[in-house]
Design a protein around this ligand. Sequence first.
Ligand code: PAF
Length: 279
Amino acid sequence: MKIISSIDDLRDHLRGQLRTAFVPTMGNLHEGHLSLMRLARKHGDPVVASIFVNRLQFGPNDDFEKYPRTFQADVEKLEKEGVYILFAPTERDLYPEPQEFRVQPPDDLGNTMEGEFRPGFFNGVMTVVLKLLSCVQPRVAVFGKKDYQQLMIIRNMARQFALPTDIIAAETYRADDGLALSSRNGYLSDAERAEAPRLFQNLNQIAEEVRGGHLNITELEREAMANLTARGWKPDYISVRRRANLQPPTAGDLAQAEPLVVLAAAKLGATRLIDNLEI
Ligand code: PAF
């Protein structure tokens, strides 16, 4: 595997490649990331991964400085997956001058849920994703459904900018007890790790109720928030949305069995976990 940090070197190595499959990451790789590499490999060749902890998507009170950085271990994992190039730019490589041009997602997609609780987050994510896609120029790029809202906004961005890259969605990789794998799970104490699957359990409960015909969505959301709060969590949101546009479903949508997804974010101790489930 070639490890490349400069945009010019990356372009030299990828010149003429028409089927590149790309997986952007912020490193601290776990099985979930590796499953994205395997999916990428099914959709293209060569597979290019990136590791870049993107300052633009962290708020002033977020964990940018303490975000886990495990470069050497990540390299070994990517080598085993047969990744051809690891693009690992420094901040100076990717942002040689202040990144003043930004991608601002539309309010209805970008300022709700994650965007409401992490102002500026999607502006930072979309800006770096567009820049990484412009550096790698892949035929396909793979993103996990774990970050469902992020995936949806990236899809819309790719469509509206007519990017020549197909966005591929990868299923969320879960531990045996249902907890979605995330680099932030490493912050959990043993007791918190034992409690953490309850977030997904609550999403499953809502999904079962909705599938069983309980259509008072607001009540289901409120109950799940109360359940978690009673166990010491601090939920930001638990919200049932239309899959197509992440807007709250109308009575008509519910009557017509519009495909839905329930999304949640909640703090357990100092760790903020997010998850979602398609209904
Ligand atoms: O999902 C992530 O790991 C990041 O948001 C991404 C897409 C690599 C952009 O920094």
